[in-house]
Design a binder for this molecule. Structure first.
Ligand code: MN
Length: 737
């Protein structure tokens, strides 16, 4: 090991520290602030004094560099600089959060706590990364400086990645590309995003990176000459028009060139936009828009623009705050050239993002950035049990897809990801609107919920009190907001249905003398192969799990066994039906009420009715329905005192019985839909339609059919088939005619 000159090293550290102070442009320069920064430096220096980085240099260089990035490249103030200096102390040294709070204050301790929480990116495992990403985003709801310092930390680690082991390099570079670059992009930190991408590529694909870098250098001179020539008339004319400006011909980032080569499968030589011309205008804020369009007019006076490539992010800034006017024009040599026109202010936002933005919009209305933060916050709050990967997918979708801009009937603009449908729009207005959404009118034309919106569409949402979210909706909504709202509704709905299932199961258990407890439920889950109690109860309520079969099972303390009853054995001996079974064959031939429903019942022991007797049902308090003969001695008393508990009962031949039931069908009016519905009904075996009634308004139709069906499973199969008819959106069973 070479000898280290500690005195010299100390001088160098102090020099780095002074560099930081000079670079901290946005920090207050009063004595008290300076003293606080110095204190943070001293604390960090002392805490890290025995630590060195992989490169061999003293550890303190890292926090100094991170603090400098915060001050210089992100434009943050003293608090962030102090926290950046201390960012690794709580995790790696003796210093505690209490120490930080005592020495610097609550805010600082909070930020360091956030930083400590999200450090420790553990594994290359994808879901862990995703989980980590979520954790990172969670800190947004605490203090956004946590994220910004974390990005600065990552940037410095990427800049010094060379001294790491190869496998570590790969891991860190992948992670950067996967998590941090998109995050920087979303925060509008474009310079940092580009650098992170370039550095990641450099370590992930060193050969490709070098190839592109070398070729860019080689073609530099030719490019410069071309750019100068191209700009000559523009510069002259801009000056004549009295505009103050600066022009840059910037090569695109290596990563973006590589990305283009990959995506379009073309060699370097065929990438036409290796650079972009940037015209930066120096003007007052109120003249910005006019000045930019003036410059646009100058550019297109000389060169023919490609109208399809015109992007006006001045009138409508991107969600991350980016403002600029982009056009692509044809140069005299037949090459397309991208020209970006913006003002100084816009340029600073484009490079530094949020921090710069902040400076200009202070105290103003809600900025795009605030909107975004709020969106993320909302997203995180609604995120309870989706798994992290799901969340990440949705989030990345929200990060990457281009946005579209659509309008409410009042002309309010909404930002949605590309591919969003009318239902997404409805949810973006309000959860209640989304929930009740029946369809939409886009530019005056009726469209379904799944209709994909385009920029510029004017959207009016049609709602109905009767509407509620469906599972199928998840197949076409695009925004996380809509997805999570639909999911949580469905879950609530499932819980409601499951409650019914629980009542049914409790009753059945009671009958079979099984204790309703966790082990029994777990045993049933296992037996029916469902993973949760909710699923079990839901399926019971839906009739997918039949309770009838339970009596053949022995359920005890977590174990389910097939029961071979004494009666069964006796039966096989004597070839005779047992009492219990005789009753069960009787069961299904009595129906109750005017709807002729099949219900569980028992025969009264006072009058012992048998098949064919004139009978009625009496609803008892504890034992369900008891069936009495109308001639039963108790009948008169029961009927006169408890008339409301009497149910009409009727003997029926199970094979022949039909029930009359009503179905309400809601959908979009479509030629042939009535025909299709009647077709389905008449094709269904043994279903007879008694009446049919359709009503249509505003392109939405409501249909009412009365049909005779055999039982609920029969009805269910009919409903399933009807749901598949194009245009049909909703079917509900109505109990009354
Ligand atoms: Mn660090």
């Amino acid at each position: 090991m070479p000898e280290i000159d500690l005195e010299k090293e100390k001088q160098e550290i102090l020099q780095a520290y002074r560099g930081l102070l000079r670079a901290a442009k946005h920090s207050k320069k009063d004595a008290a602030t300076k003293k606080r920064i110095r204190k943070a430096f001293d604390v960090a220096l002392e805490a890290h004094k025995d630590m060195r980085r992989k490169s061999g240099e003293p550890y303190i260089y890292h926090p100094i560099a991170v603090a400098r990035i915060c001050g210089e490249e992100i434009g943050l103030g003293a608090t962030a600089i102090i926290c950046a200096l201390l960012h690794d102390t709580v995790e790696d040294t003796e210093i505690t959060l209490e120490d930080v709070e005592q020495m610097f204050g609550k805010r600082e301790a909070l930020i360091i706590a956030g930083l400590t929480k999200i450090s420790g990116v553990v594994d290359q495992n994808v879901s862990l990364q995703a989980e980590n990403f979520r954790k990172i985003l969670l800190t947004l709801s605490e203090d956004v400086r946590v994220i910004l310092i974390k990005l600065a930390d990552r940037l410095h680690n990427m800049r010094t990645l060379g001294s790491m082991r190869r496998d570590k390099q790969l891991k860190i570079a992948s992670e950067t590309l996967f998590l941090y670059a998109p995050l920087a992009h979303r925060l509008g930190l474009n310079a940092i995003k580009s650098e992170l991408e370039d550095l990641s590529l450099k370590y992930k694909e060193p050969e490709r990176f070098n190839e592109i870098e070398t070729k860019l250098k080689k073609t530099q001179a030719v490019r410069t000459r071309f750019i100068n020539q191209f700009l000559l008339p523009i510069k002259k004319s801009l000056t004549e028009k009295g505009l103050k400006f600066e022009i840059k011909g910037r090569p695109k980032s290596i990563y973006s060139i590589w990305n283009k080569m990959e995506k379009q499968q073309i060699p370097f030589e065929e990438v036409y936009d290796l650079f972009a011309i940037r015209i930066i205008i120096d003007t007052d804020e109120e003249d910005e828009k006019a000045a930019c369009w003036k410059a646009y007019s100058v550019v297109t006076d000389f060169y023919q623009p490609n109208i399809d490539r015109l992007r006006d992010w001045i009138s409508v800034p991107k969600a991350n705050g980016y403002e600029s006017l982009h056009t692509t024009v044809m140069s005299p040599t037949g090459k397309w050239v991208e020209v970006q026109i913006r003002t100084n202010r816009m340029n600073e936002i484009a490079e530094k993002g949020f921090a710069a933005h902040w400076k200009y919009k202070e105290g103003g209305e809600e900025s795009q950035f605030d909107k975004w933060i709020n969106q993320v916050r909302e997203l995180l709050e609604s995120h309870d049990d989706d798994d992290a990967l799901d969340f990440l997918d949705d989030f990345k979708l929200n990060l990457y897809t281009n946005e579209i801009f659509v309008f409410t009937p009042n002309g309010d603009m909404k930002n949605l990801p590309k591919g969003a449908c009318s239902l997404d729009f409805a949810y973006s207005i309000h959860t209640q609107v989304g929930k009740r959404c029946l369809g939409a009118k886009v530019n005056g034309k009726l469209v379904p919920l799944s209709y994909q919106l385009k920029s510029g569409d004017q959207v009016e949402i049609l709602t109905s009190e009767r509407q509620h979210p469906k599972k199928e909706w998840l197949n076409f909504v695009k925004t996380h907001r809509a997805k999570s709202r639909i999911k949580s509704f469905l879950k609530e709905e499932r819980k409601e249905v499951a409650k019914e299932g629980r009542l049914m199961l409790e009753k059945e258990f009671k009958k079979l003398k099984i204790t309703y407890n966790n082990p029994s439920l777990k045993a049933l889950q296992k037996h029916f192969k469902v993973s949760t109690e909710l699923d079990l109860l839901f399926k019971i309520a839906q009739g997918e799990i039949k309770l009838k079969g339970l009596k053949d099972l022995e359920i005890k303390e977590g174990v389910v066994r097939k029961k071979i009853s004494i009666q069964k054995r006796m039966q096989s001996y004597f070839g005779q039906k047992t009492e219990e079974e005789q009753e069960s064959t009787k069961k299904n031939v009595l129906v109750f009420g005017s709807n002729m429903e099949k219900l569980d019942y028992k025969f009264a022991t006072c009058c012992h009715p048998i098949l064919g007797d004139e009978v009625f049902g009496f609803i008892t308090v504890t034992e369900g329905i008891k069936v009495h003969k109308t001639s039963c001695p108790n009948a008169v008393q029961l009927m006169s005192n408890y008339a409301y508990r009497i149910m009409k009962a009727q003997w029926v031949d199970e094979q022949k019985i039909d029930f009359l039931t009503g179905l309400k069908i809601i959908g979009f009016d479509d030629k042939g839909i009535v025909n299709n519905i009647t077709q389905v009904v008449s094709n269904e075996l043994n279903v007879n339609m008694r009446s049919l009634n359709f009503d249509s308004h505003d392109g939405i139709f409501e249909g009412l059919i009365m049909v005779f069906v055999q039982d609920t499973s029969h009805l269910k199969s009919l409903i399933t088939k009807l749901k598949k008819v194009p245009g049909v959106k909703k079917i509900e069973r109505i109990s009354k005619k």
